[in-house]
Design a protein around this ligand. Structure first.
Ligand SMILES: [Zn+2]
Length: 489
């Protein structure tokens, strides 16, 4: 318990104003707060410790320097405060359901940042008060705010807001019934205070988080505690007895809090790849030849490792991950679809850049990766069975051949790199980049239903040919085209 950092007020703690009456915590002593929090997950120590001194002593919060007058109200609405950060942290192990009085989905309507590089405040306007938990991750520094089933109805520009200690902000579904907001920090930060204010006649309910600049050592000490694990969505049901059809796992990339790339447009990669995967699923299921499993079929986050686990748990005969690429402005005008397989060394610099970017999905969603030991692509490839790699390559070639007849492909469409999502050593796996969101022509295609149909048709044809070549296509119509015939077109 004593390794719980900062139980005493540290130099970063603001001076304590005189005690006030807060109905959220007035029944608890500081000792109760700290003891209660220490009983829950170790990682919460960090937040509790920084919050306990002020949380226990006062309902008045010092305003962040630079916070404008309108926002002052958020720091001095003492009588309306519903809970302070210590209370919030006490709920860290499990976020309770909203109070019984609540009805309908909880909606977040605005989010604002105020302050400077020493002290930055985040304020979220909500329909009503909410339970929450907040914690810090390092490498890179992030502030993660977990909420129950909150719907984000925020203005589109909210995600691009940056101020003080916050350089970027993301939000969305993290797991069924769980929402998350991730603030990218400019450096080491600590949560000084976090609390919810009830709605008043003039103001909606607000969730307020005060961040203060910290140092790497303090954050690292806190990070030795265990952060919450990535969500594990319910596993798809195992095959029914006697169903020996090949299992195809379709993996629409990103989702929920992780939007993927936008290519400077209003479209998000997560939506485009989900719609494409659903079209392909429909086509494959219609044939009756396969059992199709989706790693996600809604707008929710799924960790990279979980996608691989879904493929392996279902004994997939093929894993197809769908993504869309984007180049930074001024980085050329590439267009067209590409198919990637796993390799120790990237086939070119572009493939290396892409794999690095796609591998960041978990980090973007605020998942702690410090215990991931298999990040080195070389280890992954050694683990992959020679046969799996050969089948992955065969399917990649087959797919490119089929796609070339239907949609625009990249000028060198077969590539390889160290994608984490392709690491199942016993499941032939490919990752398809459907096109470039940064290209206006590609974007037009990617968002068109007709294009999706053509792509799904080509992919289904390639899948038929692939399984026919392996002698696994048991119920598909006789004599599908051979992979060689498609590739040679
Ligand atoms: Zn992607």
């Amino acid at each position: 318990m004593d390794r719980c950092p900062g139980r005493r007020p540290g130099p970063l703690s603001p001076p304590l104003p005189p005690a006030g009456a807060g109905r959220g915590t007035s029944r608890r002593s500081a000792g109760t707060l700290v003891r209660g929090a220490l009983l829950s997950l170790a990682f919460v120590c960090f937040t509790v410790s920084s919050a306990a001194p002020t949380g226990a002593a006062s309902r008045q919060q010092p305003a962040a320097p630079g916070v404008d007058a309108a926002r002052e109200a958020e720091s001095t609405a003492a009588g309306h405060e519903r809970q302070d950060s210590a209370a919030a942290v006490n709920s860290a192990a499990a976020i309770p359901a909203p109070p019984p009085a609540a009805s309908g989905p909880l909606v977040a309507r605005d989010a604002r940042l105020a302050g400077d590089a020493q002290r930055t405040r985040l304020v979220i306007d909500l329909d009503r008060a909410v339970e929450f938990r907040v914690f810090i991750l390092a490498n890179p520094y992030r502030v993660v705010l977990d909420l129950p089933d909150v719907q984000f109805a925020l203005k589109p520009d909210v995600a691009t807001r940056r101020r003080g200690l916050v350089s970027a902000l993301r939000f969305g579904v993290f797991a069924p019934g769980k929402a998350r907001m991730v603030l990218e920090a400019t450096g080491p930060v600590a949560v000084d205070r976090a609390y919810v204010l009830d709605a008043t006649a003039d103001e909606p309910a607000r969730l307020v988080i005060d961040l203060v600049a910290s140092d790497a050592e303090t954050v690292a000490r806190a990070a030795t505690a265990t952060p919450p694990a990535a969500p594990s969505p319910a596993r798809p049901a195992a095959a029914a007895d006697g169903d020996d059809r090949p299992v195809i796992v379709l993996d629409p990339g990103h989702g929920g809090i992780d939007s993927g790339t936008t290519g400077y447009s209003a479209f998000t990669e997560k939506t485009i790849v989900l719609e494409t995967a659903l079209a392909l699923r429909e086509k494959l299921e219609k044939s009756g030849a396969y059992r199709v499993v989706m790693t996600r079929s809604t707008d929710t986050f799924v960790a990279l490792g979980e996608r691989v686990r879904i493929a392996r748990a279902n004994r997939a005969a093929l894993f197809v991950s769908l993504h869309a690429d984007a180049l930074a402005r001024g980085d050329g005008k590439a267009t067209g679809a590409s198919v990637y397989t796993l390799s120790e060394t990237a086939s070119d610099a572009d493939a290396a850049r892409l794999a690095e970017s796609e591998n960041k999905a978990d980090l973007i969603a605020g998942v702690d990766l410090s215990d991931e030991s298999d990040a080195v692509a070389g280890i992954l490839v050694e683990l992959a069975h020679r046969e799996t790699r050969a089948f992955s390559s065969l399917f990649a070639r087959t797919l490119v051949g089929a796609m070339k007849t239907e949609i625009r492909t990249h000028r060198s469409p077969l590539k390889s790199a160290g994608f984490r999502v392709l690491r199942a050593h016993d499941v032939p796996s490919v990752l398809v980049e459907l096109g470039y969101m940064s290209s206006p022509e590609d974007r037009k295609q990617l968002t068109s239903e007709a294009w999706r149909e053509r792509l799904a048709g080509a992919a289904a044809r390639a899948i038929d040919a692939f399984f026919a070549a392996r002698g696994l296509n048991r119920t598909a119509p006789a004599a599908p085209e051979s992979p060689a015939a498609i590739v040679s077109r």
